[in-house]
Design a protein around this ligand. Structure first.
Ligand SMILES: NC(=O)c1ccc[n+]([C@@H]2O[C@H](COP(=O)([O-])OP(=O)(O)OC[C@H]3O[C@@H](n4cnc5c(N)ncnc54)[C@H](OP(=O)(O)O)[C@@H]3O)[C@@H](O)[C@H]2O)c1
Length: 254
């Protein structure tokens, strides 16, 4: 029997921060839609483990180790990818870090590091990928912001501006590059069950939090975000441009 064509067949996707959590959920969903996915994280060995899992599940995957706090490594990432895999069709800027600080307590270096990984790196990777996309008049960028890109939050004095900024960067990239065949959109997850949010869901108060703060009544899973990423990356989303879509179970309604 002829195998059914998938929406992302033949596409090569780079997902930053995909060794675990939301990035891995996105990588899994892109792979299930037919893309070959390049998994990245700080350690190449961990990226290989995640890529091997995707391959074991019937998908196509490769891996690269890259520490996104390292300027040189960021500059080399897209050229390295082009050299090794020969193309790039989808860039997902997912890697992100946070810190529990109020404004007056926030050490400057830590604030700068959050802005670097969460905002500067998507700017730099987008700039590096864009010329490759322009050449073939086709490409997709998906930036992973947050519900805290839409509202402030306690003890997130670096994270909140970085995620608001990423929504602005998404709009700017979309405006400048849509005419050259590049579609740029974002996703704003609410509470998703990952290591980053373990301090919320892995506590006795977690269940009450979910009940009171998430109208759909459950915590989000990485695949809730991954499913939207796979849609946004596909041609079915061809008229969606510059949006950052909430995947938050209705949390912002409260
Ligand atoms: N979880 C949530 O509820 C939630 C809600 C809204 C938005 N988000 C956003 O979604 C994205 C993913 O969050 P998550 O919850 O999946 O986070 P996570 O569980 O902490 O995973 C973070 C990922 O980023 C990678 N990473 C961290 N620092 C890195 C660095 N310096 N260089 C390269 N890779 C690095 C990690 O890889 P290694 O550790 O292997 O290096 C890991 O794969 C982030 O942008 C986050 O802000 C999450």
């Amino acid at each position: 029997m002829k195998e059914e064509a998938k929406k992302l067949d033949g596409r090569l996707a780079l997902v930053t921060g995909s060794t675990r959590g939301i990035g891995l959920g996105i990588a899994n969903c892109l792979a299930e839609s037919g893309a070959m996915v390049i998994v990245t994280g700080r350690e190449e060995a961990k990226a290989k483990v995640a890529a091997d899992e995707i391959i074991a599940g019937g998908g196509r995957a490769g891996f690269l180790g890259v520490d996104l706090t390292d300027d040189l490594a960021v500059d080399q990432l897209i050229p390295q990818l082009e050299a090794r895999y020969g193309k790039l069709d989808i860039l997902v800027n997912n890697a992100g870090i946070d810190a529990d600080n109020l404004l007056l307590d926030h050490p400057l270096e830590k604030w700068r590091m959050i802005m670097k990984v969460n905002l500067e790196v998507p700017f730099r990777l987008g700039k590096a990928a864009a010329p490759h996309f322009f050449e073939k008049s086709k490409g997709v960028i998906i930036n992973i912001s947050s519900i805290l890109g839409y509202k402030p939050g306690m003890e997130a004095a670096g994270y909140v501006p970085s995620k608001h900024g990423l929504i602005g960067l998404t709009k700017q990239m979309a405006l400048e590059w849509a005419g050259k065949g590049v579609r740029v959109n974002g996703i704003a997850p609410g509470l998703i069950q990952t290591d980053m949010t373990r301090y919320v869901w892995n506590t006795p108060a977690g269940e009450i939090y979910v009940k009171n703060k998430i109208p759909v009544g459950r915590i989000g899973q990485p695949r809730d975000v991954g499913a939207l990423a796979a849609f946004l990356a596909s041609d079915d989303a061809g008229f969606i441009c510059g949006e950052t879509i909430l995947v938050d179970g209705g949390s912002l309604l409260i």
